[in-house]
Design a protein around this ligand. Structure first.
Ligand code: FAD
Ligand code: FES
Length: 283
């Protein structure tokens, strides 16, 4: 059941649903499939990242153990059949959810300095990863790019989670003017070596050692190249269209390279959505 629903940015909404099974079990990078209960249009569920989880319906920061949480937040851009119908629903209305689904970020190594990179609505897959790693003592830098400043919502969630936040917009209305790659180049210009090194002259140990990324495919491909060019490992969370979310229909497949130089189709809902960036065939 929906307990709250509010607009957070241009055409962007934050939905809180009572779903104890999902809230208590979800780990960073997992998603759920959502449907509006008792409606047949759209018939198929849609995948949304589990943005955050809470013990109380009115909590504004997570408290207590994950296993005690009953509510999950989802943040989405209203653009298609499901999301434009969803945005008009209010508290008390019923949803059908299944999850948590997918592999999450369990393969992202603890590196001492994790760089999170989001494009568009991709921040939804990164908040809990950043908070978990910051709480464990890792430095976490969060770079978020969007077309314009009005697209950024609840940026303070990331600051409260202990992340070092940097923003970029194509129109320059908020943060650095340019793409998120321009922002990364600005923060971590290459200085001859093969590691990203901060411009400030800070110690080399302050440079990121691994990247986790979520956003549009073109942006993730660019972040993958950026990371590879600096010798950094990178994981991406793919936003493939999905019909079942549980491995049956194969609508969500991505071309994933193997160690022998070949490739195979992998299901984003089961083997993903998080993959090593170098394993993805971006062509
Ligand atoms: C693992 C996973 C996690 C996801 N998490 C989120 C999330 O947290 N928040 C979120 O908003 N979306 C998320 N998505 C994407 C979301 O599931 C799709 O955008 C979904 O299609 C929305 O359903 P819809 O019925 O509203 O749009 P549809 O009717 O299915 O799509 C309509 C059209 O819009 C296009 N489109 C897709 N994304 C966008 C966009 N951002 N802006 C404009 N056009 C677009 C599609 O290509 C399609 O042609 C996630 C996807 C995956 C696989
Ligand atoms: S969505 Fe059906 S197999 Fe992945």
């Amino acid at each position: 059941m929906i307990v709250s629903h509010r607009q957070t940015a241009a055409n962007t909404y934050r939905l809180r649903v009572e779903c104890p099974d999902i809230a208590a079990a979800a780990v960073a990078g997992q998603f759920a499939m959502l449907r509006i209960a008792d409606r047949i249009d759209p018939l198929l569920g849609r995948p949304l990242a589990v943005y955050d989880t809470y013990r109380g319906a009115d909590d504004d920061v997570p408290r207590g153990e994950r296993s005690e949480r009953r509510f999950a937040d989802f943040v989405y851009v209203a653009h298609g059949r499901f999301t434009t119908a969803l945005k008009d629903l209010g508290p008390g209305e019923r949803m059908t959810l299944w999850g948590p689904l997918g592999n999450g970020y369990s393969d992202v190594p603890s590196s001492g300095h994790l760089l999170l990179v989001a494009g568009g609505i991709g921040q939804t897959a990164l908040l809990t990863l950043g908070r978990d790693r910051a709480a464990a003592g890792e430095k976490v830098t969060f770079c978020w790019g969007a077309s314009r400043g009005a697209a950024f919502g609840d940026v303070d969630d990331f600051r409260r989670a202990g992340l070092d936040v940097h923003l970029a917009t194509l129109d320059g209305s908020t943060g650095k003017q340019g793409t998120v790659i321009d922002l990364l180049d600005d923060l971590f210009p290459r200085e001859g070596g093969d590691k990203a090194t901060p411009r400030s002259g800070a110690a080399e140990t302050n440079a990121p050692r691994h990247v986790a990324c979520c956003g549009p495919d073109g942006m993730m491909a660019a972040v993958s190249r950026w990371s590879e060019g600096r010798g950094l490992g990178c994981h991406v969370s793919l936003e493939a269209p999905m019909a079942c979310g549980i491995g049956i229909c194969f609508t969500c497949v991505a071309r994933v390279k193997d160690a022998e130089g070949g490739w195979d189709y992998k299901r984003t809902c089961i083997e993903g959505p998080v993959f090593a960036a170098t394993s993805i065939d971006w062509s």
